[in-house]
Design a binder for this molecule. Structure first.
Ligand code: CAA
Ligand code: NAP
Length: 240
């Protein structure tokens, strides 16, 4: 039987491409989402992948949701913490609510997603934890003090989990996408977006599938000795 993969925010954007790629590679996939029922229904209709609705910012909902996924599909072998949001504003205009929403979703959400599956991975001596961070967690970004802080924090989570999981056959790695053509980037004002594209040596936005292929590699047996690493997929926009 194929391995089981959980993709948070797996119904749209980058997560949708990850869900589809893992399905194509033979995984049984569960995709989660927060509230866009229409997009989730469309995704399931197109792919046959079941979706689960919970807020990654809430630990109890995450734990209960994960228990349901495991009851339906079996123990989770691969967890992709992909769900994330932006609440951009220059720091002097950023509200505590904008800070908290982003921290709760992008940082605490990763804890809430990985923590419930971790004991089972340790017991079974196999696991793949893959966190979708961002180029802006590596370089910082005007109007993203909140977002950049969480995405840097995600890299800290991965590097620490890598050390804790290694002896138990678990790897933890991150993918740092550059600017990818999803609704998140399309929400940036057009003029600003055009100027961002001008800063990408590749001269274009990335495609969700280009991130999905990085995730599939990190999930595979071929990547067993890669642990605590980051794959930067950003069209040459930033080098670590
Ligand atoms: N660097 C330097 N200055 C900048 C700047 C930048 N990148 N962007 C804007 N400014 C300047 C403006 O020119 C303006 O200057 P003046 O006051 O002299 O005119 C000043 O900052 C303030 O600008 P605004 O009054 O327009 O600010 P605002 O409150 O309306 O906010 C914004 C606008 C939210 C910053 C908007 O420009 C924006 O969304 N920018 C894009 C931020 C961004 O890149 N977000 C990434 C989203 S995608 C993502 O996050 C995915 C991922 O991981 C890659
Ligand atoms: P997107 O198109 O906006 O999709 C976001 C997905 O996450 C949706 O499925 C959404 O569910 C889900 N989600 C959001 N908040 C959630 C919550 N609290 N609980 C559960 N699910 C939640 O975003 P994207 O562009 O694909 O981004 C995916 C990830 O990549 C994010 O972590 C983002 O920070 C990161 N990233 C994106 C880019 C980029 O350029 N796009 C670059 C670097 C990193 P609903 O459909 O219900 O809203």
């Amino acid at each position: 039987m194929g391995r089981v993969a959980l993709v948070t925010g797996g119904s749209r954007g980058i997560g949708e491409a990850i869900s589809k790629k893992l399905q194509a590679d033979g995984y049984s996939v569960a995709a989660t989402y927060a509230g866009n029922d229409e997009a989730a229904a469309k995704f399931t209709e197109a792919t046959g992948i079941k979706t689960y609705k919970w807020n990654v910012a809430d630990y109890d909902s995450s734990k209960a949701g994960i228990e349901q996924v495991e009851a339906d599909l079996g123990p989770i072998d691969v967890v992709v913490a992909n769900a994330g949001i932006t609440r951009d504003a220059p720091f002097h205009k950023m509200t505590p609510q904008q800070w908290n929403e982003v921290v709760d979703t992008n940082l605490t959400g990763v804890f809430n997603t990985v923590h419930p599956v971790w004991p089972g991975m340790r017991e079974r001596k196999f696991g793949r934890v893959i966190v979708i961070s961002s180029i802006n967690g590596q370089k910082g970004q005007f109007a993203q003090v909140n977002y950049a802080a969480t995405k840097s924090g995600d890299l800290g989570i991965v590097k620490s989990l890598a050390q804790e999981g290694a002896r138990a056959g678990i790897t933890a790695n991150a993918v740092c996408p550059g600017y990818i053509g999803t609704e998140m980037v399309m929400a940036v004002p057009e003029k600003v977006r055009e100027s961002i594209i001008g800063q990408i040596p590749a001269g274009r936005l990335g495609e969700p599938e280009e991130i999905a292929r990085c995730v599939a590699f990190l999930a595979s047996d071929d990547a067993g000795f890669i642990n605590g690493s980051t794959i930067s997929a950003n069209g040459g926009q930033f080098f670590v």
